[in-house]
Design a protein around this ligand. Structure first.
Ligand code: PMP
Length: 359
């Protein structure tokens, strides 16, 4: 009766919400910090918050199903056409839309390993085969990804910066990779953390050249709107229209749309968050190094640190009110991924980790 892809589908385990941890451990939620899901510790821009509250005045109405205003805004920001955008319930949904449009059982999807878990989940859900290519120096090996492509390959996912590694590929590398792809493959370039880079790669030339590329972005990271679930993709009008065809009519809520539009207007806030993130990364790197711990140098808003028994340290940190992300599911049981927090949160993490490792 049930689709076999569903029965064998692995379950995505997100970072636990603060409320859950508080209940399980009998802790006061106000004393817990969550540095587990790469959210922005400074929250959303005040402009985005105000817009979200205003949107509630029309809370009884369905949202703008086509995200017309948000797509018009994005078109201005990117100097593309509104028809080149698709907005999703988080960029996770756009990854799933790619599956709806392109994947049938037996197809192949090329991705790095480790990289963002949802690529594999969506691939398996559609009965397609994930072809996982090991990283080199903790970074996507684009030549190896290209070499893994077969006539059955439909999609190749490259996140840069990559989650969970925090490493990035250069614009020149990405452009050359895309230009070398065969016609039958769609390149999904996931730039969820691009706003943290000084000079994020610009892959719009590929779209102008008519190449099959979809760039994915999100309001969950630097824009601090993870709770509202808004992400988007941009591509050629043809590709964007295919993705728009398979989404649900009202896939993105009105509060999220309003907040996202306002967030795009607050460039000063975004720039401040990027600056603070660099300081926080430096603080964590220095702290971990002082403790003699190995790290993977990161350009994103999170950092991998090698702690030994990752599962144990994760649990001990959690008992002390610090939620991070264990990396066992990514095949890195000795590592934890920690999100860059505020200076005070970073200090708390460092002090608590030192305490756990000593005991
Ligand atoms: N891509 C990458 C690389 C991510 O790390 C994440 C969030 N963990 C996403 C996409 C999905 O983000 P969202 O669905 O919140 O937009």
């Amino acid at each position: 009766l049930v689709n076999p892809s569903v029965l064998t589908q692995p379950v995505y385990e997100p970072g636990k919400p603060i409320e859950d941890v508080a209940r399980e451990l009998g802790l006061d939620p106000a004393t817990i910090i969550k540095l587990a899901s790469n959210e922005n510790p400074f929250g959303p821009s005040p402009l985005a918050k105000a817009a979200a509250v205003r949107a509630l005045d029309q809370g009884e109405l369905y949202p703008d199903g086509g995200c017309v205003a948000l797509r018009a805004k994005l078109a201005k920001v990117y100097q593309l056409e509104p028809a080149q955008f698709v907005v999703g319930n988080g960029s996770n949904e756009i990854i799933e839309l790619l599956g709806h449009v392109f994947l049938r059982p037996g197809d192949e999807v090329v991705m790095g390993n480790p990289s963002f878990a949802v690529y594999k989940l969506v691939t398996l859900l559609f009965g397609a085969k994930p072809v996982e290519v090991p990283l080199v120096n903790h970074t996507h090996d684009l030549a190896a990804l290209a070499a893994a492509i077969t006539p059955k390959t439909k999609l190749v996912f490259v996140p840069s910066p990559n989650n969970p590694m925090g490493t990035a590929n250069t614009e020149a590398e990405l452009l050359a990779f895309a230009r070398g792809l065969p016609e039958h493959v769609v390149f999904a370039y996931d730039e969820a953390y691009a706003e943290y880079l000084d000079n994020p790669p610009d892959l719009r030339p590929l779209i102008r050249e008519g190449r099959k590329v979809v760039c994915l972005r999100t309001f969950s990271k630097i824009y601090g709107l993870a709770s509202l679930r808004v992400g988007y993709g941009y591509a050629s009008p043809e590709l964007a229209s295919l993705l728009n065809r398979v989404r649900q009519p009202f896939n993105v809520n009105a509060i999220g749309q309003a907040a996202a539009i306002a967030a795009l207007d607050d460039g000063a806030f975004t720039a401040k968050c990027a600056r603070e993130n660099r300081v926080g990364l430096g603080q964590l790197e220095a702290g971990f190094k002082a403790m003699g711990l190995e790290i993977v140098p990161s350009v994103a808003n999170f950092l991998l640190v090698k702690v030994g028994d990752g599962a144990r340290v994760f649990v001990e940190l959690q008992k002390r009110g610090v939620i991070v992300r264990p990396m066992r599911a990514y095949g890195m049981p000795e590592w934890l991924r920690v999100t860059v927090g505020t200076p005070a949160q970073n200090q708390r993490l460092l002090t608590t980790l030192a305490d756990v490792l000593r005991g």
